[in-house]
Every structure is written in C-alpha cells, then in structure tokens.
Ligand binder design. Structure first.
Ligand SMILES: CC(C)(COP(=O)(O)OP(=O)(O)OC[C@H]1O[C@@H](n2cnc3c(N)ncnc32)[C@H](O)[C@@H]1OP(=O)(O)O)[C@@H](O)C(=O)NCCC(=O)NCCS
Length: 166
C-alpha cells in the first residue's frame, strides 16, 4: 500500500471513491450525492494524500487551512493556538473493501505528521454518529476539546465533536 501526494489527475477517482463511501456510510453527512463533488473540492486544501493499492485509489486524507472556520476557532480557544497555527485534518475516507486493515490509521498519522511542516497543529471535527472514526481518533490519542452544533437548515443540525492531535 502506497501513500502519496494527491495530484490533479486523481480528482475523478477520489470523487468516485467518496461517492461509494457516501452511499455506504452516509459520509459526508447531511448532503446529497450531487453535493459530494463540491464537498471534496472545498478550495481550502493545503495538502492531500491518497492511498494506492493495485493501481487503484483506496483512501484519501487532506489538511485544510481556511481563514475562518468554527472548528478551528473552538480548537484555537481551547489550545491557545491562533487559528493560523492550526490545520483541519479533513476528508479522511477508506474504500469499504479495504476497511479495518490499518489504512485509516496510516492516513490519519500521515496527515497529522505533516501539519508541523505547514507550521500548524492538526485538529479535526467528526460527526457524533461516525463512531468508527471517533474510535480511530481516540485510539490514536487525539483529545476531544469540545462540540459544535451547526444548523444546516431549519430541520437539520450537524453535531460534531472537535479533537486536537496528540
Ligand atoms: C473511519 C475510517 C477512515 C477508518 O478506516 P479503516 O482503514 O477501516 O481504519 P483502521 O483499519 O485503520 O482502524 C483503526 C481503528 O479504528 C477503529 N475502528 C475501525 N473500524 C472500526 C469498526 N468497524 N468498529 C469499531 N472500531 C473501528 C478501531 O479502533 C481500529 O483499530 P483496531 O483495528 O486496531 O481495533 C473508515 O471507516 C471510513 O472511511 N469511514 C467512512 C468515512 C468517515 O467516517 N470518515 C471520517 C470522517 S471525520
């Protein structure tokens, strides 16, 4: 299994994989399949990696550095680190056929280990119902520092835990 930097030529395959994850796991949460491309291509990506197996992309993770974002603001308030010193670890997903082989853990570590090269500490948010991902983050020693409840529309709330890297 190879983890390498994502290139522009990987976009279509990453999207195909995320659509498969969306169908199976409902991640990204609370969006339709039509909204998945925009979610993946948010414009805040500072770095991203893919995992490759037998010439196919089977995993993805990114670091995002938006100027303002509720997760970064909460993590900044809790750690005392300014938002500009934080990077949002985001868009972590693994192909359903490759789950529970340690790939999610490898991608998580790979991205978090890269954050200092950007002069930042990795933080993340995770939907409270994504219990598998929560188990992964806690097993890696990430520390829960708070929660967010972001209204997406009058009927839908995005409930998130916020974690900072160890
Ligand atoms: C979360 C996700 C990336 C984990 O990927 P993975 O490659 O299966 O994870 P790993 O094999 O590295 O597992 C690492 C740890 O996560 C936890 N974990 C993974 N799958 C789990 C499951 N089905 N049940 C409980 N814990 C689980 C365990 O602690 C596991 O360690 P262990 O195998 O030593 O017990 C993957 O399930 C996924 O893509 N989910 C959908 C997208 C998503 O929720 N992304 C997170 C967005 S914030």
């Amino acid at each position: 299994m190879l983890i390498r930097a994502k290139g522009p030529h990987d976009a279509a395959e990453c999207l195909e994989l995320l659509l498969e994850v969306h169908r199976q796991d409902h991640y990204p949460l609370h969006i339709t399949a039509e909204q998945v491309p925009e979610f993946l291509d948010s414009g805040h990506e500072a770095a991203a990696w893919v995992a490759e197996h037998d010439g196919r992309i089977v995993g993805h993770v990114a670091l995002h550095t938006p100027d303002a974002y509720p997760t970064l603001e909460l993590a900044g308030a809790q750690t005392g680190i300014p938002v500009g010193g934080l990077a949002l670890l985001a868009r972590l997903f693994v192909a359903p056929s490759m789950r529970r082989t340690g790939l999610g853990r490898r991608l998580l570590r790979h991205a978090a280990d890269h954050a200092p090269a950007l002069g930042r500490r990795a933080v993340l948010d995770v939907g409270m119902q994504l219990t598998t991902a929560v188990a992964l983050y806690e097993s890696e020693g990430w520390v829960r520092v708070g929660e967010l409840h972001l209204p997406l529309d009058p009927d839908t709330m995005l409930d998130l835990w916020v974690y900072v890297s160890p």
